[in-house]
Write a protein that binds this ligand. Structure first.
Ligand SMILES: C[C@@]1(CC(=O)O)c2cc3[nH]c(cc4nc(cc5[nH]c(cc(n2)[C@H]1CCC(=O)O)[C@@](C)(CC(=O)O)[C@@H]5CCC(=O)O)C(CC(=O)O)=C4CCC(=O)O)c(CCC(=O)O)c3CC(=O)O
Ligand SMILES: NC(=O)C1=CN([C@@H]2O[C@H](COP(=O)(O)OP(=O)(O)OC[C@H]3O[C@@H](n4cnc5c(N)ncnc54)[C@H](O)[C@@H]3O)[C@@H](O)[C@H]2O)C=CC1
Length: 188
């Protein structure tokens, strides 16, 4: 059964810790900052790839700490993503997060994850998150590419028009809902 519950998180309101400064750390930092460049991200690792250092130069709210993980780094964090090349360290971080009730993603161990990252399709204000329940991240990536091709750029205009109508509508909640359902019937 696929029990994942998708939510859209305002990461700019959070302080995220990434543990690991290799390819995985880079991928996850890129994923976060591509969606919300203003997110406060702290990345800790004894070795940090040069691409991550470049990313930090472009994002003033990203901080790099060139040290091994220590639980003290969890003190002020809301969300943690772990991707070191040391399984014991990954496990330790996961346990420390559980103790503090901080949501944690252990990139190479789905069983230890409280949440997964998704493939993200963006067309202006429309955002679609794709997950395969961990079965094939590569399928998620390919399906993102298919949807990116398929969805027209004019979608933003439709959304803008619907927002304008939504803001002008008078009446109670039910009346507004009926009207908006009527107008958008053509989309079915
Ligand atoms: C469970 C999950 C946890 C998490 O990381 O959050 C997870 C786990 C693992 N990924 C692995 C490998 C790869 N991951 C990618 C890519 C992505 N992986 C992402 C998400 C997720 N990956 C979560 C489930 C998402 C879902 O439900 O579908 C994406 C969508 C989002 C993102 O990372 O930002 C991003 C695509 C973004 C995009 O382009 O749209 C590629 C392809 C590539 O990089 O080109 C490969 C190599 C090929 C392959 O294996 O498929 C391995 C094996 C590691 C090993 O062998 O050591 C594990 C561990 C395991 O499965 O056991
Ligand atoms: N979920 C995913 O998308 C994928 C997961 N993986 C797995 O993730 C793991 C990491 O992969 P890469 O980033 O490619 O490895 P890498 O070798 O490029 O980087 C490992 C990083 O972990 C850091 N590290 C080691 N000990 C640490 C400690 N005590 N505290 C903090 N950081 C520490 C290193 O300094 C380095 O920055 C591997 O086990 C790999 O199998 C690999 C590919 C994709």
């Amino acid at each position: 059964m696929n029990t994942l519950f998708p939510i859209f998180v305002k990461t700019e309101n959070l302080h995220v810790l990434i543990v690991g400064g290799g390819y995985v750390g880079l991928e996850k930092a890129n994923a976060l900052l591509a969606n919300a460049p203003n997110t406060r991200v702290t990345l800790v690792a004894p070795e940090i790839r040069s691409e991550i250092q470049e990313l930090a130069r472009q994002h003033p709210r990203m901080e790099l700490i060139q040290e091994p993980y220590h639980e003290l780094f969890l003190a002020d964090k809301d969300l943690v993503i772990v991707g070191t090349n040391n399984k014991d360290v990954n496990r330790q971080v996961q346990q420390d997060c559980k103790t503090r009730r901080i949501l944690v993603n252990v990139a190479d161990t789905p069983d230890l994850c409280d949440f997964y990252l998704s493939s993200v399709v963006k067309k202006g204000d429309l955002k679609i998150a794709i997950s395969t329940n961990g079965k094939s991240p590569t399928f998620a990536k390919r399906f993102r590419e298919v949807l990116e091709e398929l969805l027209p750029d004019s979608l933003q205009e439709t959304l803008d028009n619907l927002t304008a109508i939504r803001n002008q509508l008078k009446g109670d909640f039910v009346q507004k809902m009926e009207k908006l359902n009527e107008i958008t019937k053509v989309l079915k």
